[in-house]
Design a protein around this ligand. Structure first.
Ligand code: FAD
Length: 469
């Protein structure tokens, strides 16, 4: 009692949490910070300081471990959401060489015969009962169907693991075991410790307190300020392992990669196992670093302290089970199948327990509806076993790795064994980034555009040099 968490004034937040020198000003996607923070954000940062978890200057500086305000896709002038449609589609919709075919699903990539396959176009349809149509490509086909549907399309087109395609009687055009394997996600555990202090306002009050909601709406429409511009989880933490434990006897800190917990599809695939071994070595080295986040605590300022693992060793799969393109593939995320990940989630839950006991959070009067206050490891494990799910960050199912390590695309994004089929989405990551994936997906697309433009430029120059003798 009598304890007041440190209140960060706006003038302090500016230099402390936001470094404008690491942000561009001219990109198509706006990233900024809301005008409003729930006052409990102060308790959050004070709690982290009590536990010596540092407040990071800001994630975009590269040393991203610690607590910080989350940058958001909102326009700084009007505080409204910004997205791919506003950033990329709307400004280009009138271009004569740009067409979006709505209500259309690609069912297959088409190739001509040849030693190295040439993608000639795609087959598509409006649905299972629609007729199949074809669109032809003059130069190349670029696939961007995401980490689940890109491998589905590759497999439907005859590119993938032999053991997946042959039972479905799909002719194997290119044997690439990496397709649909190496699936990674940030395993997530949603945990609520609802704050019971009646003076605390939070996102739930928009639904429970109509006066508060009406006043917030009025403020938003009048000046684009106030609670409606905030995000529930504006203040978060991405602690590194070293920031939350010194226990050198911990199984996590002594982990060795054995590859004993891989999917059955890896059994006869030496390239996949070799690729995993290198990924695991890098990950274990990385995660030992003081400034590498091991997990995320998504504080929602209402008592939700949701956990997500940032650097998983578990690997999942996504494969077709039929040759019908309108049947969904079978996705097996295999969250926490590697004991390293499971132990890390236990450590994350124990970190939550310590945060809840800080003076700063005690002031908000947390409750324990899901996990008892002093739950032991066995009780925490039981919660993990029933509660773990996705953070929707599926990636890595057509990885950019050398072919002998289970790779699917080259560093030019070209699918091995083809001349001109590129992939541009989160499936190309060898390992899931230790951060939310959307910004990285935008970055991937921008980088891909540069690669493709450079290829054209080099092709054009060599054409000129050849014609000039
Ligand atoms: C519910 C949810 C919440 C999320 N929240 C966040 C967040 O807060 N922050 C963050 O950073 N990330 C978040 N993500 C993750 C982020 O959205 C993804 O990582 C990112 O969109 C992946 O981009 P992508 O281009 O790889 O795939 P996608 O964005 O999935 O794009 C693939 C596109 O291909 C289309 N497609 C698929 N198959 C076919 C086909 N056969 N024919 C034609 N088109 C096809 C799909 O309709 C889709 O439009 C969230 C994801 C979800 C699902």
């Amino acid at each position: 009692m009598g304890y007041t968490p440190k209140i960060y004034a706006d003038s302090e937040i500016e230099p402390r949490f936001q470094n404008s020198s690491v942000h561009g000003k001219t990109g198509p996607i706006h990233v900024s910070y809301p005008n409003f923070y729930w006052p409990q954000a102060n308790n959050w940062f004070a709690a982290l300081e009590e536990l010596n978890i540092p407040l990071s200057a800001e994630p975009n500086e590269g040393l991203e471990a610690g607590g910080y305000f989350l940058p958001l896709n909102i326009h700084p002038d009007n505080q409204t959401r910004w997205d791919a449609r506003r950033g990329y589609y709307d400004p280009n919709v009138d271009r004569r060489n740009f067409n979006v075919q709505v209500n259309s699903y690609v069912t297959k990539v088409l190739f001509d015969d040849g030693e190295t396959l040439n993608a000639t176009g795609v087959e598509f349809s409006s649905g299972p009962d629609g007729s199949r149509k074809t669109v032809y490509a003059r130069r190349e086909v670029i696939m961007a169907a995401g980490a689940i549907h890109t491998p589905q399309l590759l497999e439907l087109s005859g590119i993938g693991q032999r053991d997946v395609l042959e039972p479905l009687e799909i002719p194997v055009l290119i044997s690439l075991p990496g397709v649909g394997n190496n699936l990674q996600d940030h395993a997530m555990l949603r945990l609520s410790y609802d704050y019971t202090n009646s003076s605390v306002r939070d996102i739930n009050d928009f639904f429970l307190n109509s006066t508060f909601n009406d006043e917030s709406a009025a403020e938003f429409f009048a000046s684009r300020t106030g609670p409606w511009t905030g995000k529930p989880s504006g203040a978060v933490a991405f602690p590194s392992l070293r920031q939350v434990t010194n226990d050198t006897s911990s199984r996590i800190l002594r982990a060795q990669s054995l590859g004993d917990h891989l999917p059955s599809t890896y059994a006869n695939e030496s390239t996949l196992r070799a690729g995993f071994e290198i990924q695991a070595q890098n990950l274990l080295k990385d995660i030992d670093h003081r400034y590498t986040p091991a997990f995320e605590i998504l504080n929602d300022n209402a008592g939700g302290l949701h956990l997500a693992l940032m650097r998983p060793l578990s690997r999942g799969t996504t494969h077709i089970t039929t040759a019908d393109p309108f049947e969904l593939p079978s996705v097996d995320p295999r969250w926490l199948q590697d004991p390293f990940d499971f132990d890390l989630m236990i450590l994350a839950m124990q970190t939550n327990q310590r945060i809840l006991k800080t003076r700063a959070i005690q002031q908000l009067q947390p409750s324990y509806p899901e996990v008892s206050e002093d739950a032991d490891v066995e009780q925490l494990a039981a919660v993990i076993r029933t509660g773990t799910g996705t953070q929707f960050h599926y990636s890595c199912t057509a990885a950019m790795l050398p072919r002998h390590l289970g790779g699917v695309v080259s560093d030019q994004l070209i699918v091995y064994g083809t001349n001109n089929l590129r992939i541009v989405d989160t499936s190309i990551y060898p390992m899931v980034p230790g951060a939310h994936t959307q910004a990285v997906a935008f970055g991937t697309a921008e980088k891909a555009a540069d690669i493709i433009k450079l290829t054209r430029c080099v092709g054009f120059l060599s054409f000129i040099m050849n014609t000039q003798g």
